[in-house]
Design a protein around this ligand. Sequence first.
Ligand code: FA5
Length: 338
Amino acid sequence: HQQEALAAIAQSESLEGLQAVKTRYVGKSGLVTRELGALGKLPPEERKARGAEINAVRQAIDAALTEREATLKRAALDARLASEAIDVTLPGLPLPAGGLHPINRVYDDLTRIYERLGYAVIEGPEVEDEHHNFEALNVPWYHPARDLQDTFWLEDGRLLRTHTSPMQIRYMVDHEPALKIVVRGKVYRYEATDATHEAMFHQLEGLVVGDGISMADLKGTIAEMARGLYGPSAKVRFQPSYYPFTEPGADFAVWWENPRGESKWLELGGCGMVHPNVFRAVDDLREAEGKPRVYEGKTGFAFGLGPERIAMLKYGIPDIRYFYANDPRVLGQFRGEL
Ligand code: FA5
């Protein structure tokens, strides 16, 4: 039995298989155990020699069993360690962190500049009425400027504001002069889109009203904003323009340079001195609410600009439509940027 048993032990690949071999040869009714049990039937003179022989076989089998068992246990442990190993040097899984939209980052740059100059930063409703969006801003229904800002009309006669200027009216109706505000928010125009025009875009509106406010204050303010955005050597340019709610009106541009040596005039927005008809319309609305007329005789300036233009240059985005297409290949580049 010895050769047979030792071969079976060597070939056992699992602890279960080894247990079966053990039972078969040296278990309670195993082959070797039974030989030992049969010793009593032998004549006494043969018993001793036969006993010694069987015991030697049994010991050889036991030793082989013990050794094979140890080997199989070590292999099982190694396999388990290998499968459960943790490589602490692997890089972690990336967390999909968000980031501020480029337009909000430009808004933050702009509001930091104006807060430093003492302006209140406000927002206002995107759904407006015709009176605040047009009439009170000196744009009567027959005025050709209505065609310049094609409008999304709602079924109830209201509209999506075409600019942030109606907040000039709302703020002045609720507050007495002197005042300095900037308004941030979305505006909407029913226009064909192209690389620089969207149907939904943003504006930053400024309004300053007090006594003896002049065009020089307006130009100084725009120049200060340009220096805040592009550094102390930034230049600004004003060109006469027409807005019904200003007199006079102007368009302004900022000389823009980047570290790659690119530069150009960036047409940013419109501005001007607040038209007296606007102050009159505000006082009419105040009177209707039982508030005193406090704006006639005041002076002020206003401006409105598009942050998309600034963001396109700052971040090298060639088409305004990328901002709002929600393509993760575009917006993903701003992950983690705060
Ligand atoms: C206005 O909307 C005036 N309310 C601005 C203003 C305020 C003038 C106060 C005077 C006093 P305009 O339509 O030009 O003006 O728009 C202002 C700026 O918004 C533009 O210079 C441009 O930067 C941006 N803009 C206009 N239309 C679009 C568009 N479709 N897509 C993206 N940006 C636009």
